[in-house]
Design a protein around this ligand. Structure first.
Ligand SMILES: [Fe+2]
Length: 277
């Protein structure tokens, strides 16, 4: 079980989908317990149930066309993502996992790689929300400022980063995800991989993960992801996964979102160090 007690969970789901719109969500981004879950209160004030809600993406279903069609989006969000959320709710209702933030459910159920039954649905619910928010209409291009400088420091150049990210996404065998993550010190991580602090910490890293696994379980801070399950691209690109990945990088990535996550990650790490000093 994870021993993480710092504010390393991510609330992107709720902040990005705030009523004040996408930009407002970015401004309010924080690494804090996810509010994806909403308790329902009866008329007498007692909590009668709690469940995770399927949030809509932060743009219309046809907003990413022609790069990601409305048909793909409606199936991906409306069928696949919905099923993960619905099945998770069925699995955890009435268990000790009920009432916990989604990020915590993901970490607990990963269980050092010996996953509990609800892990796949919990992680996939989180991954898809994060994926929708990793994109935007008229995305692509490149980041700027500190994020760009960090990418150039850790990968040599932005072009090298793009090449390595595309390679990770293309070579993930079968279903899974590719990620850009911020890797900070890991002093008290009980889950699976637990490298000791070193000069390699506080850097950007590209990782790929099979099926539902996401880097939260290793206490990394996810900044960007691409879904490389076939259901993400088959209707639009058939078996041409590399074409889908290239379009994602060139036309869809929201560097605004990545930058906001990067800043939030650094702030969370600083807060964690302050608390443990
Ligand atoms: Fe997916």
């Amino acid at each position: 079980m994870s021993t993480v007690t710092t504010p390393s969970a991510i609330s992107l789901s709720s902040t990005f989908l705030s009523d004040d719109g996408f930009k407002g969500g970015l401004k309010s981004i924080r690494f804090s317990p996810c509010k994806f879950k909403e308790s329902r209160v009866s008329r007498v004030g007692a909590v009668v149930t709690a469940k995770f809600d399927l949030k809509p993406p932060p743009y219309p279903f046809d907003a990413l066309e022609p790069h990601m069609t409305k048909q793909t989006f409606e199936y991906h969000w409306g069928k696949h993502h919905r099923a993960y959320v619905d099945n998770l709710n069925k699995q955890i209702v009435g268990t000790e996992l009920d009432e916990k933030p989604l990020e915590e459910v993901v970490r607990i159920t990963y269980n050092k790689g010996d996953v509990l039954p609800s892990f796949n649905n919990a992680a996939q619910a989180w991954n898809h929300q994060f994926f929708w928010e990793s994109m935007k209409p008229n995305g692509g291009g490149k980041p700027s400022g500190e994020l760009l400088a960090q990418i150039e420091k850790d990968f040599g150049s932005f072009d090298t980063f793009v090449t390595e990210f595309k390679s990770a996404a293309a070579t993930q065998f079968g279903s899974g995800w590719a990620w850009l993550v911020y890797k900070a010190n890991q002093l008290d991580v009980g889950n699976a991989v637990n490298p000791k602090p070193s000069e390699d910490d506080k850097k950007l890293v590209i990782v790929k993960s099979p099926n539902a696994v996401n880097p939260l379980v290793w206490d990394y801070y996810p900044l960007l992801t691409i879904d490389v399950w076939e259901h993400a691209y088959y209707l639009d690109y058939q078996n041409r996964r590399p074409d889908y990945i290239s379009i994602f990088m060139d036309k869809l990535v929201s560097w605004d979102a990545v930058n906001a996550r990067y800043e939030a990650a650094k702030a969370a790490v600083a807060e964690k160090e302050k608390a443990t000093a």
